[in-house]
Design a protein around this ligand. Sequence first.
Ligand code: NAD
Length: 469
Amino acid sequence: MGSKSEDKAVFDTESAKQMVNKLRASFMAGKTKTYEWRVSQLIAMLNMLEENELQIVSALRDDLSKPELESSIYEIAMLKNSCKLALKEMKHWMKPEKAKTSLTTFPSSAEIVSEPLGVVFVISAWNYPFLLSLDPMVGAIAAGNAIVLKPSELAPASSSLLAKLVAGYLDGSCIKVVEGAVPETSALLEQKWDKIFYTGNGRVARIVMAAAAKHLTPIVLELGGKSPVIVDSGIDLKVATRRIIAGKWGCNNGQACVSPDYIITAKDYAVKLVDSFKCELQQFYGKNPLESKDLSRIVNSNHFDRLSKLLEEDKVSSKIAHGGARDETNLKIAPTILLDVPINSLIMKEEIFGPLLPIILVDNVEESFDMINSSGPKPLAAYLFTNNNKLKEKFVAEVSAGGLVVNDTTVHLAEHNLPFGGVGESGMGSYHGKFSFDAFSHKKAVLYKGFSGDSSLRYPPYTRGKLRL
Ligand code: NAD
């Protein structure tokens, strides 16, 4: 009897090609295009989520020690809402949209037809392995496409459950899951796709974009960045602190793309802010947060070491105002606040993606807008806590980020009426709600003409008289 790895068939470029060819044949036969197929797959996904909630929670616990409530809300409930919304609205989304016509084409009528793209490739990340895999798929199904999903190998229990569930519930002639890491993803990236939807880091996004360029394949890139939180004075500090904690440590212990990365506040407000964090953090996670069941662990030892290095830098290690405890065996890091961190430290140069929260001090919070715009790539999200309406207006007008939230953190992600996506190095394209349907559709322009009103203007001979008209 061979070993487990010998038993597993190698997934190479040839396997990828055959898989895509079969899916393309199903797409070309029109299987995914009907309203009935789309409805059947969305209902199947809904059933899949409802009937396997315990297994999903357990896989997320294995991969990340993700607290049950976080799994239930941010992965399962959000996905169910996406399926339900698409089921409710899809007929309307699929309808051709009437367009106005002008004198240039008179007499005519026009419409915009949402056409499925074809066979699409979804590559997802480990931190929200179900949401980031299935949510793009909801849009791709609603828009009538065939799909290959490649979940992240860094969340292996979730990846294997996703493969099992998708094969068991969804139409295998049109939707496939390929598990694996770089070799499998590379084999798939060599194929011709009609869209690639990638969630992850900017380094791999460049590989994805280069592969897509070979076939002129359009892409959506859902990336990350350093999402700042500006905290003004004169606010309800308790509420603000709790909302920052919920967006940072309450989202996978800071391992979320829109988690607050750092805080900017005025020098004379910082001590008050830190005191409030200490008080609320202790209420939420107790005296020994390393033992709290309500905090995810760090995904693996590479990321644990990366975060430890950020914390151990001389300029930073002396700045710990709260927390700092680590448990290497269980890959746990306590919520850690670093006060008055120098802007040139390592921790301020890269996306933290973990439970460390530096605070940068300024004389006046208004300075922070310039600082955010000039200090590095555009962030995925930016947050402002204030009661000052002028400051809100200036923030919205001046700060460039994928999305902004005033007086809360991360919740814009749950609002399906808003597009979710980055700008610049935090990504391109967007999804959620109707925007997901649009991300996987081609907007086909259709102009209808009759035979009457045929002007001779555009036909030769091109006389001077025609020019003057
Ligand atoms: P990851 O390591 O799971 O990688 C993402 C995907 O890329 C995986 O499926 C992986 O197999 C694949 N991959 C890795 N190396 C590859 C290579 N050389 N060639 C082809 N494919 C390759 O996830 P990650 O990148 O560590 O995720 C964290 C990053 O993702 C952070 O920057 C975070 O902000 C961002 N993120 C963004 C969003 C969003 O919605 N905007 C959501 C989650 C995470």
